[in-house]
Design a protein around this ligand. Structure first.
Ligand SMILES: O=C(O)CCC(=O)C(=O)O
Ligand SMILES: [Mn+2]
Length: 198
């Protein structure tokens, strides 16, 4: 498997610094409510982005775009701590273009899916967890294959690269109250992605 798990890659002080950076991102680019294409069924997470491109989900589909769907403003830049992380762990000289920020309340989850809206699968997806622990599910590159469950705690980083760049994954549930990092509880996940071909 080419999934690298880096437990507590961010120590508690670095988690607080990163959270402050994300709070500034949210000031500039407020949370929006994504929904399923066609059906319009709301997703249980709220989202925002930073970077030149941001991932959005609305009635018309899933896509990357340079502006916030509600404000029309460009996404704010990716914080330096995350650019440094990418430089350390991605193995890719080109910078990430998108950082999707997901906010999970106590009941939020994310169904099993692949990240495949990017046009560059040679670069990994680098994912950071902050706040409450998540019960994460990861499988192979077919929907029907076996999966395993693991817990992602605050400060943990996972890198999906190589043959596992297209591994199915999702969030089964959040362990509410397992962290005090977020003042109101919950979990934030950050995923750094390369979108355009290198
Ligand atoms: O929250 C997570 O850890 C996973 C998020 C995810 O898979 C995604 O946003 O595509
Ligand atoms: Mn994903």
């Amino acid at each position: 498997m080419a999934i690298d798990i880096l437990p507590e890659r961010f120590d508690p002080a670095a988690q607080r610094a990163l959270l402050a950076d994300i709070e500034a991102v949210v000031q500039a680019a407020p949370w929006f409510a994504p929904c399923m294409p066609r059906t319009g069924k709301p997703l249980s997470v709220r989202m925002t982005n930073c970077g030149p491109l941001g991932w959005v989900a609305d009635i018309d589909g899933y896509r990357y775009q340079p502006a916030h769907p509600d404000t029309g403003e460009p996404w704010p830049p990716i914080p330096q701590l995350l650019l440094d992380l990418w430089a350390d762990v991605s193995g890719i000289a080109a910078p990430p273009e998108a950082c999707l920020v997901n906010l999970y309340g106590p009941k939020a989850r994310m169904g099993l899916h692949q990240d495949r809206d990017e046009n560059e699968f040679g670069a990994p997806v680098v994912s950071v967890s902050l706040g409450d622990t998540a019960v994460f599910r990861i499988g192979g590159t077919t929907r029907k294959g076996p999966t395993r469950s693991l817990r992602l705690a605050s400060g943990d980083v996972i890198v999906f690269g190589g043959e596992d760049r297209l591994a199915y994954h999702g969030i089964d549930r959040i362990l509410a109250g397992s962290s005090t990092l977020l003042p109101e509880g919950g979990r934030i996940n950050l995923t750094l992605r390369r979108v355009t071909p290198i």
